[in-house]
Ligand binder design. Structure first.
Ligand SMILES: [Ca+2]
Ligand SMILES: [Ca+2]
Ligand SMILES: [Ca+2]
Ligand SMILES: [Ca+2]
Length: 508
């Protein structure tokens, strides 16, 4: 009777019903109590607890909780404390009113944390335990984390997930499939050497012919491919980086960080500097942002085979705003009206031939030093010559390349350079909206890149846990009068999370 009294005292509504409507209830058959809001199965980590708070419907006189047949509580709520040893429990909750009993059976499984450990800014491959064998509907979740700077992905296979975190500490994860549950405790340690937020390696460098080639960085007679890659590294590695040129369309550089840049959900993750700036005297009224915007297309990879090199690792395309079409760019209609080539080629190829001469003959005309300078042909049936201008007299063909022609492959973007003065003197290279290098001023949010923009070779969202390597290549093939060809410049690379920068993403 004592227990019953305690429950009634806590059930204000039920108490009121009894005191005010007791007679009426006695005359009519009363609806049975209903217990809702409880699952049929729970998983509780040993030494932890779970609070069960059912929602009750209809009048309830009393509630009883039984664990493995033994009465453990008579209250509205019950907290199950998991003992130190793993086990299975049958929990029964019963609700009574006059002549009615409602009963619900709940299975509780208790288990230990499965321990995993890793270092920050590393991709950890986590496998589900043997009991999940054959299951194809595994669900991976993070239950708690010391900060939001982490990524859990399970796209590679249902039995495994990839986890990477910026912040050290303990992360509680859960994997489940129907009634099967495992809880995982991932301990993230700091690596012995603190990672650098900046570029740590340059793996490859081959500019396409262009007016700054052999100058940024400087080519000296006798320099080899290896020498030039090392020179590009000298410019790009670390905080105090300088610009290198990628030359004309297709020219590229491949850089790496000394850690995995984590793909934090909802945020941009890294940024590669260029030297883009806005025009300050564009005569066009209400012009969209433009000036010197020379977009470099970005490819990313993570070091899947963990050998520190971008070798057999798959490359993914960062889907910049115009990688499939430029129609949504704010300057598109203007570019169409001035008859720019606004086509986008997804599988473009272009071959440049070694120039026959470096000496102008006849004498230079205006800014043109040699009109028929570098012969080129593409895979769209087009061909022609790149011009040598009077401002840059060195060879535009990479001096260390022994072959007489070089072929580049990739995406060719719509041309974004528009002469705005009407007299050939003022070229404005308009900015694409986002997703490129050397396309917006470095501090602008639109220079930030979200790894979630990455797509695989079939155009499918890649859902990468993070990246170690970045390739940048010039996406534009356009000569802009005296200004010369659009040529992407590349400078410092930054892991935004290690620098404490938070740039919200643009959802594609
Ligand atoms: Ca991200
Ligand atoms: Ca530039
Ligand atoms: Ca590798
Ligand atoms: Ca340039």
């Amino acid at each position: 009777m004592n227990l019953r009294y305690k429950i009634l005292a806590s059930l204000t509504c039920a108490s009121l019903l009894i005191s005010s409507c007791g007679k009426k209830d006695a005359e009519l058959p009363e609806p049975a109590p209903v217990i809702a809001g409880l699952e049929s199965d729970y998983y509780v980590v040993i030494k932890e607890n779970i609070q069960l708070k059912p929602a009750l419907e209809n009048r309830v006189d009393s509630i009883v909780w039984l664990v493995n047949g033994k009465r453990v509580a008579n209250a509205l709520e019950y907290t199950f404390e998991a003992p130190a040893d793993p086990g299975a429990y049958s929990l029964i909750v019963m609700a009574y009113n006059a002549g009615n009993i409602f009963q619900k059976v709940i299975q509780i499984t208790t288990g230990r944390y499965l321990n995993w450990s890793t270092t920050s800014n590393t991709i950890l491959k986590i496998g589900a335990s043997a009991k999940f064998a054959g299951k194809t509907d595994l669900k991976w979740e993070v239950l708690s984390a010391p900060s939001g700077l982490y990524r859990l992905t399970d796209t590679t296979a249902t039995q495994t997930a990839l986890f990477s975190a910026v912040t050290r500490g303990s992360y509680k994860l859960k994997v489940s499939s129907g009634n099967l549950v495992d809880t995982l405790l991932v301990t993230v340690r700091q690596p012995d050497l603190a990672p650098s937020p900046y570029i740590k390696s340059v793996f490859d460098y081959l500019p396409a012919p262009g007016q700054f080639v052999n100058e940024l960085p400087k080519y000296n007679a006798g320099d080899t491919y290896e020498t030039m890659v090392a020179k590009a590294g000298k410019e790009l590695i670390g905080e105090e980086a300088n610009m290198i040129t990628l030359g004309g369309w297709g020219g590229y550089v491949v850089v790496g960080f000394d850690h995995t840049v984590v793909n934090v959900p909802g945020r941009r993750d890294f940024r590669i500097h260029g030297n883009a700036f806005g025009a300050n005297a564009n005569p066009r009224p209400n012009a969209p942002f433009g000036g010197s915007c020379e977009p470099g297309i970005i490819m990313v990879a993570y070091d899947k085979n963990k050998n520190g090199k971008p070798d057999e690792d798959e490359w993914y395309e960062i889907k910049g705003s115009a990688n499939f079409s430029a129609e949504a760019e704010p300057w598109y209609s203007v570019a169409v009206s001035v008859k720019n080539d606004v086509r986008t080629f997804r599988s473009y190829e272009m071959t440049y031939h070694r120039p026959a001469t470096e000496t102008p003959s006849p004498a230079p005309q205006g800014h043109v030093s040699i009109g028929n300078y570098i012969r080129w042909a593409d895979n769209q049936g087009q061909e022609g010559y790149k011009v040598k201008n009077t401002f840059h007299t060195q060879s535009y063909y990479p001096g260390w390349v022994k072959e007489d022609k070089i072929t580049y492959k990739g995406i060719r973007l719509a041309t974004n350079g528009i002469e705005e003065s009407g007299s050939g003197s003022y070229f404005v290279l308009y900015a694409f909206r986002y997703g490129y290098v050397d396309n917006y001023p470095n501090p602008h949010n639109n220079s930030g890149i979200d790894i979630d923009w990455a797509i695989d070779k079939n155009g499918k969202k890649a859902n990468l846990p993070g990246i170690d390597f970045v390739k940048v290549y010039n996406g534009i093939d356009q000569e802009n009068g005296w200004l010369g060809e659009a040529s992407t410049e590349v400078g410092r690379g930054e892991d935004l999370h290690l620098l404490g920068l938070n740039i919200e993403t643009i959802v594609q």
